[in-house]
Design a protein around this ligand. Structure first.
Ligand SMILES: NC(=O)c1ccc[n+]([C@@H]2O[C@H](COP(=O)([O-])OP(=O)(O)OC[C@H]3O[C@@H](n4cnc5c(N)ncnc54)[C@H](O)[C@@H]3O)[C@@H](O)[C@H]2O)c1
Length: 432
């Protein structure tokens, strides 16, 4: 039995789903194939994803492939109640999600999607996988595998793998080029700024915009802020991330990359007094803390695009605040004891997804990301019992297929290699 805000919103939600279908050609092509081939027949699939129209199109694709689907949101603020109602009423999906859930309801809903004893999971932030491993291990024998959507979830799961704690295989959907190159970068770049403009109705041009973290998301935020006329400052870590592989760049490399890209680069102490708008995208905690807030200008705005609401030290902000006023559902004014005002957007949660202002990534971007997710579940089902209990990459040919399909949707054909070129590129005799 679904738990959604209001089933009467279903007709509106269906219009959203139909619009998604029209704008997600890769997923729609996979859906048609799934209908014929039934790769998920008999499988129970549980999802924790930001529940909005693009996710709806993924859910319909999995159902077309023969799966029985239950879904919760991976964030208390990000459910589109219209889509939740439509999936329940018209598609018979069991939905446990609504916008603005309490923390207790959030965890109760995650547990409800697990009550079906799922065989396959899609997670975003690894909360579902975490609950199964550490709170409900009796569910482990049913699980064929899971696919994880985001950087923060993958960091948590790789840490579990290192300790030998993973009990089923995980596909690193975020690791697919078709996901992080486009979703984290161009998706977050556009959708976070879009939400911030909707919330504040402010001009980006002429503002000092500070982007904290110059990873995939941060790069997208920085180039889009600059493109809109902001004076853009990048803050990076003077460190190497403890989870980073040896082949990955350090914070120093990324800071240098940002400098050569033409951004001002500095540490948070320096940026604090300069910024008008701060956007965090680090996956780390307290990257903006109280000592930074004390240095900020009157009227500074703080937004987070990283997965959890830990990047801005909100409990710390509350301690130095005498009064909090709601400006609109996505913006609160913190009047500090010293008299200065700081604006916190979307309670420090994913600003591009927190409703009502956040609409999530553009449709075309999520078409690629969710195509990867659908193919990841098909891969897990096809190789049931044969994959190791590790974080594994999606096969290259599936990643390539999604990028090729995306180009085809733009009616773009690229130049294929000739046999002669292929031979040259795999040999060593020519060219010296
Ligand atoms: N908003 C969205 O829709 C969306 C989309 C994708 C990913 N995410 C989330 O955004 C976060 C970032 O993801 P990503 O793919 O860009 O990760 P990433 O690893 O590519 O980038 C993170 C960057 O933050 C830097 N960093 C870490 N700690 C720092 C600190 N204390 N100060 C300054 N810089 C610091 C790291 O050096 C790194 O360059 C994650 O939580 C991820 O799950 C959000």
């Amino acid at each position: 039995m679904s738990k959604v805000k209001a089933i009467k919103l279903a007709d509106e939600g269906m219009k959203e789903l139909e619009w998604a279908e029209k704008n997600m050609p890769i997923l729609t092509a996979i859906q048609k194939r799934f209908e014929k081939e039934q790769p998920l027949k008999g499988k129970k699939v549980s999802l924790a994803l930001h529940l909005e129209k693009k996710t709806g199109q993924l859910i319909r694709t999995l159902r077309a492939g023969g799966a029985t689907v239950r879904v919760a949101s991976c964030n208390p603020l990000t459910t589109d109640d219209r889509v939740a109602a439509a999936l329940t009423k018209f598609d018979g999906i069991e939905v446990f999600a609504w916008a603005n859930q309490s923390t207790e309801d959030y965890y109760a809903n995650l547990n409800s999607v697990l009550d079906s004893k799922p065989n396959l999971l899609i997670d975003d932030g690894a909360d579902l996988i975490n609950i199964i491993h550490f709170k409900r291990p009796e569910l482990i024998p049913n699980v064929v595998g899971a696919s994880e959507e985001t950087t923060t979830g993958i960091i948590r799961l790789k840490a579990m793998e290192k300790e030998g704690a993973l009990k089923f295989p995980i596909i690193n959907a975020n690791g697919a080029y078709s996901k992080h190159l486009f979703d984290n970068r161009y998706g977050t770049g556009q959708s976070a700024l879009n939400a911030i403009m909707t919330i504040t109705n402010n001009l980006i041009a002429g503002k000092n915009v500070v982007i904290v973290g110059y990873g995939w998301c941060g790069r997208g935020l920085a180039i889009r802020a600059r493109g809109m006329g902001a004076r853009t400052i990048v803050v990076e870590a003077g460190d190497r991330m403890p989870y980073a592989e040896e082949t990955e760049p350090s914070g120093w490399h990324k800071g240098l990359e940002a400098l050569y890209e033409g951004f001002e680069v500095m540490n948070m102490e320096e940026a604090a007094s300069k910024g008008d708008l701060f956007i965090t995208a680090t996956g780390d905690k307290k990257v903006i803390d109280v000592k930074h807030m004390k240095e900020m200008k009157d009227g500074a705005m703080l937004a987070n695009a990283g997965h959890f609401d830990l990047e801005i030290d909100i409990p710390g902000l509350e301690k130095i605040t005498k009064e909090i006023k709601e400006i609109n559902p996505n913006c609160e004014e913190y009047i500090l004891k010293e008299g200065k005002r700081i604006y916190l957007l979307s309670k420090g949660r994913l600003v591009n997804l927190a409703r009502p202002a956040g609409q999530g990534h553009p449709l075309e971007i999520m078409d690629g990301s969710f195509a990867i997710q659908a193919l990841a579940l098909e891969h897990l089902a096809k190789h049931e019992g044969k994959l190791q209990n590790k974080v594994i990459n999606i096969p290259t040919e599936l990643d390539d297929y999604v990028a090729r399909m995306a180009l085809e949707s733009h009616k773009i054909q690229l130049q294929p290699l000739t046999d002669e070129q292929r031979e040259y590129l795999t040999g060593f005799k020519e060219g010296t």
